[in-house]
Design a protein around this ligand. Structure first.
Ligand code: HEC
Length: 128
């Protein structure tokens, strides 16, 4: 188990009792769903940027090439993107991903940079 996985497990052990306790509270507003709120950020990622990266980048960055941001597990891909700061949700066009492809990378058509930028913009909108 890597250090990152250990930290993730620790996070889960810390957060599960919090979520469970809130669900048991008598005065809880029924529609308030803490678990859904916690996961909405990664749900937005997995329906926006993730498919674009899987389609265009996974032959290398999903198999052997660091950084491994296009692996099949979206939560792992997201962790790599977050750790490396590859997507800039506040300024999508300034994202490392966009700059890298726009500047020419591994024979990728620069049109893919536009797709990535649009996907990061959609992700940022859904995360708000
Ligand atoms: C044919 C293999 C291949 C494909 C496909 C590929 N890459 Fe890469 N990528 C590399 C290699 C090799 C490096 C390391 C050397 C370099 O930085 O160019 C790299 C590095 C990178 C980096 C640098 C990471 C950093 O920390 O600065 C980014 C960002 C990146 N690729 C994005 C992409 C994106 C986005 C796609 C898909 C649109 C993609 N790559 C597709 C081979 C590939």
């Amino acid at each position: 188990m890597t250090v990152k996985q250990k930290h993730y497990l620790l996070f889960l052990f810390l957060i599960i009792p919090v979520v469970a306790y809130q669900n048991c509270a008598d005065n809880m507003i029924p529609e308030h769903n803490t678990t859904a709120e916690l996961s909405s950020g990664s749900d937005a990622f997995s329906t926006t940027l993730f498919p674009v990266l899987r389609t265009n980048c996974s032959e290398c960055h999903g198999v052997f090439q660091q950084p491994m941001f296009a692996v099949s597990d979206p939560s792992q891909a997201l962790a790599t993107i977050t750790d490396r700061g590859l997507a800039n949700l506040n300024n999508p066009s300034a994202s490392t991903f966009v700059l890298k492809i726009r500047g020419g990378h591994s024979g990728k058509n620069v049109v893919i940079a536009d797709q990535i930028e649009a996907a990061i913009t959609a992700w940022a909108e859904q995360s708000n």
